[in-house]
Design a binder for this molecule. Structure first.
Ligand code: S3P
Length: 411
């Protein structure tokens, strides 16, 4: 692996979905810089077009013109859980549509969204998995207490609350990514966040939101792959530029520091903080990951499992049962992949244990999951590892393979 590279990462996927969707709900134009050009985000763009928004490119910006939504018929969410779950909440008080997805998305749980929305008066046919038909309904605010730590569920409830009578309060015992709160506030939504020892209460009531200029930071979840690439190569460093550093997303930096890598951050402020992150590899040691840290790095656990496989000692991940209902069962996929490449790992109902050392090499099945494909491709920088497909990577990070070639020194 080459050292000293500066790697710009593509736009944050979570922020990109929200920029398009909130822009489509807003009065006027939302001008977005740095939107992620990946398949999942394309699904959201297509969906909001079907619902009545205009989305077009103007120079380096993507411009969304919002407006009243109309019924849309069939919307294909592809592989994108964020598209499906956020849309269910956004649609419920505004317009009808039937949401479907690919084989992976059709297996993923939707009851966690349909339940709370139903309590607010949302009307759905089908479920608890996709396809689900939404019928526009008059909705009423409610107090919803989070049953799973999920920013997608929170966002769905808040978007429905923005179109419901009275006040909606979402109570979150464990913090999850707060892009929705930051962006809706920036767009003028009547939203209030009150944090206390028992958790955070986020309240919203009906009101218009207004188009704004938004800059999408680089995706820390994409940057994490290169951070670990450096971390497992002692003495090698890499700088990721323009990375989103929202504190609800940066658990991966803390874990890599705990494991012994050098992590330097130069942050700048903003609605969404951004900065450059330099990671320098070292002899890593195992760590424990659990509790409130999990939502801050949930998507990074596959690549952190690779760091763990090259570390000394044991890494134990707990409180991460959510990993089992991502694009694949990531507990099973990670453990299977590590074992197939000479690693020592066990699955637990809510996580996994990795006993570190080295990976010898081997062939890994990604189960069509982009983050499994990328994690084991990074492991391939340090051992002879192949993966059965890389097409899934286009859902979140189209430039990944080109950057991988550059990092290897053959691009
Ligand atoms: C996301 C939230 C997380 C994350 C997903 C994106 C979001 O999912 O895993 O990749 O944009 O809100 P959950 O909300 O299901 O935890």
């Amino acid at each position: 692996m080459r050292s000293g590279l500066r790697i710009p990462v593509p736009g944050d996927k979570s922020v990109s979905h929200r920029a398009l969707l909130f822009g489509a709900l807003a009065v006027g134009e939302t001008r977005i810089t740095g939107l992620l050009g990946a398949e999942d985000v394309g699904r959201t763009a297509q969906a909001v077009r079907q619902l009545g928004a205009a989305v077009h490119e103007a120079g380096h910006e993507v411009v969304v013109t919002g407006g009243p939504w109309h019924d849309a018929g069939a919307i294909d969410c592809g592989n994108s859980g964020t598209t499906a779950r956020l849309l269910l909440g956004a649609l419920a008080p505004r317009a009808g549509a039937t949401l479907s997805g690919d084989a992976s998305l059709s297996r993923r749980p939707m009851r966690r969204v349909l339940g709370p929305l139903g309590r607010m008066g949302g009307q759905f046919d089908g479920g608890p998995t996709l396809p689900v038909a939404v019928r526009r309904a008059a909705m009423v605010g409610a107090e919803i207490v989070a049953e799973v730590a999920s920013a997608q569920v929170k966002s769905a409830v808040l978007l429905a609350g923005l179109g419901a009578a009275g006040q909606t309060t979402y109570v979150e015992p464990m913090a999850t990514r707060d892009h929705t709160e930051r962006m809706l506030t920036g767009m003028g939504a009547p939203l209030r966040v009150v944090a206390s020892a028992g958790g955070t209460r986020i309240s919203i009531s009906a009101g218009p939101i207004h188009g704004v200029r938004l800059t999408v930071p680089g995706d820390v979840s994409s940057a994490a792959f290169w951070m670990v690439a450096a971390a497992i190569h002692p003495g090698v460093s890499v700088t990721l530029t323009g990375v989103g550093l929202n504190p609800t997303r940066t658990g991966v930096l803390d874990v890599l520091r705990r494991m012994g890598a050098r992590v330097e951050v130069e942050a700048r402020g903003g609605i969404e903080p951004v900065g450059d992150v330099t990671v320098t590899g070292a002899g890593l040691r195992g760590t424990r990951i659990g509790g409130a840290e999990v939502p801050t790095l949930i998507d990074e656990l596959p690549i952190l499992a690779i760091a763990a496989a090259f570390a000394e000692g044991e890494t134990v991940v707990t409180d991460a049962a959510e990993l089992r209902v991502k694009e694949s069962d990531r507990v099973a996929a990670v453990v299977e992949g590590l074992r197939a490449t000479g690693g020592d790992a066990d699955a637990r109902p809510d996580g996994f244990v990795v006993r570190g050392g080295q990976l010898r090499g081997g062939h890994v099945l990604t189960h069509g999951d982009h983050r499994i494909a990328m994690a084991f491709s990074i492991a391939g920088l340090a051992a002879p590892i192949t993966v059965d497909e890389t097409a899934s990577i286009a859902t979140s990070y189209p430039g990944f393979l080109a950057t991988l070639a550059r990092v290897r020194g053959d691009g």
